[in-house]
Design a protein around this ligand. Structure first.
Ligand code: PGA
Length: 255
């Protein structure tokens, strides 16, 4: 297994009320088995950051689904890194395809958000992934390279201590039940790792610093074979992370 850090992160998206979150943790905590060197976390909606932290009893990392790049100011509807730090947020998802698709987030903005997270010791989970049309047109690697380079711009610098995580999430695999197969995942992850190695080496940073995780219909059936790939450092999980038993099973079966 590589020395890169391993992550299993839930992305609850715009789901679960406080009552449902209480039920989630009463089931989750009962069977959760922390694993050595595996970082497990959940990104809830903003209003529930504190509740998730309290109910998870700090056994897992808590995260947000976005982050703004300024500390304060006239940015209606946004939440700043300072505020997220206040709630003990350990990681922030940035550039999720739903943000890119429905809210016009560009890789330039994603890179600003990611850098602001790093400046506050919050791990940015930078999402990249091709659409179905791009996949079918055979342009996956071109799109991945563009999104990766533009989104990670300014997020790698000499002497840094906290590093971004790259989440490869093919848009066509998100919420569809159609996960990319292990050959596809491996090929794209190796491609990303190769690009990262060049960037990291130029900055004299360890090539093991940046983890690459997969997202898109991860479940109890496909998690085992995917984490057996050397190129896969874990998952960003939507649907299956809403079900405590399934999430625990994925943690159990992975790595
Ligand atoms: P999914 O979502 O696991 O439901 O496909 C993944 C994601 O959007 O991060």
């Amino acid at each position: 297994m590589s020395l890169r850090k391993k992550f299993i992160l839930g992305n609850w998206k715009m789901n679960l009320t406080s009552e449902e979150i209480q039920r989630f943790f009463s089931d989750f905590n009962e069977s959760y088995n922390p694993k050595d060197k595996l970082n497990v976390g959940i990104a809830s909606s903003y209003p529930y950051l504190e509740l998730v932290k309290k109910l998870s009893m700090d056994l897992i990392l808590t995260g947000s689904q976005n982050i703004h790049f300024e500390n304060s100011g006239a940015f209606t509807g946004e939440v700043s890194p300072l505020m997220l730090k206040d709630f003990g947020t350990s990681f922030s998802i940035v550039g999720h395809s739903e943000r890119r698709q429905y809210f016009g987030e560009t890789s330039t903005v994603v890179s600003k958000r990611a850098r602001a997270a790093l400046n506050h010791n919050i791990i940015p989970i930078i999402c990249i992934g091709e659409s179905r049309a791009e996949f079918e047109a055979g342009t996956t690697f071109k799109i991945i390279e563009e999104q990766l380079i533009e989104s990670i711009n300014n997020c790698l610098f000499e002497g840094q201590k906290i590093f971004p995580v790259i989440a490869y999430e093919p848009v066509w695999a998100i919420g569809t039940g159609l996960s990319a197969n292990k050959e596809q995942v491996d090929a794209v992850h190796l491609f990303i790792l190769d690009k990262l190695t060049n960037l990291l080496t130029n900055l004299k940073l360890s090539t093991d610093s940046v983890s690459v995780i997969y997202g898109g219909s991860v479940n109890t059936k496909n998690c085992g074979e995917l984490t057996r790939l050397e190129s896969v450092d874990g998952f960003l999980i939507g649907g299956s992370s809403l079900k405590p038993v399934e999430l625990n099973e994925i943690i159990e079966l992975s790595f």
